[in-house]
Write a protein of this length. Structure first.
Length: 367
């Protein structure tokens, strides 16, 4: 049976018609390209990051997270994995470092360990960089719309280095290998709506220029060029409750979003609150953002959810007030939404996630 040929849509454009006839459907109008791009969903990461990123991570793109060890890269990547699992996406975790710990799985709220596929070296099979990259390419081409996390690209070892002798003076082949790989799979990622999240480390900048930054991303520049979203994390400090004197409950991290293909402004910043045993604490992020924009008013140790008081007739707020038998008097409504200490406010929002979502929607309206 003869193979059915596609109809050539460029009937009046002789040159484009000839190109399509010789190379296939490789010429499209800008409207068609735009329709394909707008069909790619944007998946949220966390409230603070979503604002800086322009909504989250876009399907069909490569994301690069760069930072120092223990700054929160893996926690944020697995937090996003839980978000993807919640909407039915398959998650493949490429564990090149071999350092996954119990808390990486059990310490991320909503992450289902039995539904995440981990690719890593074993006693019987030591995987080289080429092996890892071939496996990743196979998933991209044969399992559309999945999330692939590489943690980390810095720890991949090319076959020649893995099988050769340990010696100095060997030029690192990994940047060239990654350059070839990303040039090869760039189109397939978009076509198959894959999200490729690459975690990499900072290394010392040895360029010798006093004007160059002290640190730079490992694995060469191709990762940065290929990335639709390029973000750098730095450790800001310990998170103690109460502040400065209480127990160490987590850490605070600063993000610099250099580029984002979801619509975020270049060089935007975000502050992540990472709580041990939970991962990224979205409730705490919402509180911090809402306080900044006066949706939650502060006076000393007191916090008042002002946006809920101002819109007490909103169906979500009205239902909550009715279920808690709060009268329609202004002072009673204000008393209900007023809390002493951020911990009490955080507890209230955790027990009433609809209020937390209400505040976050008000934040997003500002952007």
């Amino acid at each position: 049976m003869a193979k059915k040929r596609k109809t050539n849509k460029f009937t009046t454009d002789v040159v484009s018609s000839a190109v399509v006839s010789n190379y296939g459907d490789v010429v499209r109008t800008g409207t068609e390209v735009l329709a394909n791009l707008t069909s790619l969903n944007v998946i949220g990461v966390s409230p603070a990051l979503d604002i800086a990123l322009g909504g989250g991570f876009r399907e069909g793109s490569c994301i690069v997270m760069t930072g120092d060890p223990k700054s929160g890269k893996t926690t944020t990547a697995l937090h996003f994995a839980a978000k993807c699992q919640a909407i039915g996406k398959k998650v493949i975790y490429i564990n090149t470092e071999g350092r996954l710990a119990v808390q990486n799985f059990e310490g991320i709220k909503g992450l289902e360990a039995d539904k995440i596929l981990v690719v890593e070296s074993t006693d019987d099979a030591i995987l080289s960089a080429e092996d890892f990259l071939n496996i990743i390419e196979y998933y991209i081409n044969n399992d559309p719309e999945c999330l692939i996390i590489i943690d980390s690209t810095s720890n991949m070892v090319p076959r020649d280095e893995l099988e050769g002798e340990v010696r100095t003076g060997v030029r690192n082949a990994l940047p060239r290998l990654l350059s070839m790989f990303f040039k090869r799979i760039g189109g397939s990622i978009t076509k198959n709506k894959t999200i490729l999240l690459c975690v990499t480390h900072n290394i010392a900048n040895t360029s010798g220029s006093r004007f160059a930054p002290m640190k730079m991303a490992d694995c060469g520049n191709m990762l940065q060029y290929q990335a639709g979203t390029n973000m750098v994390i730095t450790h800001r400090g310990r998170w103690q409750v109460p502040a400065a004197s209480g127990p160490h409950v987590g850490q605070i991290a600063n993000w610099n979003i250099k580029t984002s293909n979801a619509g975020g402004t270049p060089n935007s910043t975000a502050e992540s609150w990472i709580r041990y045993g939970i991962g990224v604490d979205e409730t705490q992020e919402i509180i911090q953002i809402a306080c900044e924009f006066r949706l939650i008013k502060t006076a000393g140790a007191w916090y008042t959810i002002q946006c809920a008081i101002d819109e007490k007739e909103d169906p979500i707020i009205a239902k909550l007030l009715k279920s808690n038998e709060v009268s329609e008097k202004e002072e009673d409504i204000e008393r209900f939404f007023k809390f002493q200490g951020v911990n009490n406010l955080c507890e209230f929002l955790t027990e009433n996630p609809e209020v937390s979502e209400f505040i976050y929607l008000k934040v997003k309206e500002l952007f």
